[in-house]
Design a protein. Structure first.
Length: 133
C-alpha cells in the first residue's frame, strides 16, 4: 500500500512538471504584441537621391525609425517579425500597406514632399517617420 501511494505521488509530480514545462515553453515564444525595452538611440537614415530605400520591421520596431527619401522614391518595407504588421500613415490617407505577413514586403511611394508619420494599425505602439524632400 505504501508503495502505491509513493508511486501515485511520483506520477502526479511528473505530470505536474510536464504540464508546467509545456506551459512555460508555450508562453516563451511570443511577445503577444508587447514591445521590448531598448537602450539604443532611435535610428535615422537618409536614402540616396532618387534611389530606393528600405525599412525593416523587426522585434516590433521600424528600423530605421526615421528615413529621409526623395519625393517619388520607392521605400520597401520588409517584415522580419513573426506576426503581420502594417505601415499606415497617421493622416489616414497618404498610404496604407495593409497587412504585411512575416517574411513579406510592401512598397510605399511618397508623391509629394513632406513629413509622414506612420504606425502599425495592428500594434499601435509602433511608430515611424518618412520624410520626402
Amino acid at each position: 500500500m505504501e508503495h502505491a501511494v509513493k508511486l501515485r505521488h511520483l506520477t502526479t509530480s511528473v505530470v505536474a512538471g510536464v504540464a508546467v514545462t509545456a506551459l512555460v515553453a508555450g508562453c516563451g515564444g511570443s511577445d503577444y504584441g508587447a514591445p521590448k525595452a531598448s537602450s539604443s538611440p532611435t535610428p535615422t537614415a537618409s536614402a540616396s537621391s532618387g534611389g530606393a530605400s528600405s525599412v525593416a520591421i523587426d522585434n516590433f520596431k521600424f528600423t530605421p525609425a526615421s528615413l529621409t527619401v526623395s519625393q517619388g522614391a520607392r521605400t520597401t518595407v520588409t517584415n522580419r517579425d513573426s506576426t503581420a504588421h502594417t505601415v499606415t500613415a497617421d493622416d489616414g490617407s497618404s498610404f496604407d500597406t495593409g497587412d504585411i505577413n512575416p517574411g513579406s514586403s510592401a512598397t510605399v511611394t511618397l508623391p509629394k514632399a513632406g513629413t509622414f508619420k506612420y504606425h502599425c494599425s495592428i500594434h499601435p505602439f509602433m511608430h515611424g517617420t518618412l520624410v520626402a524632400d
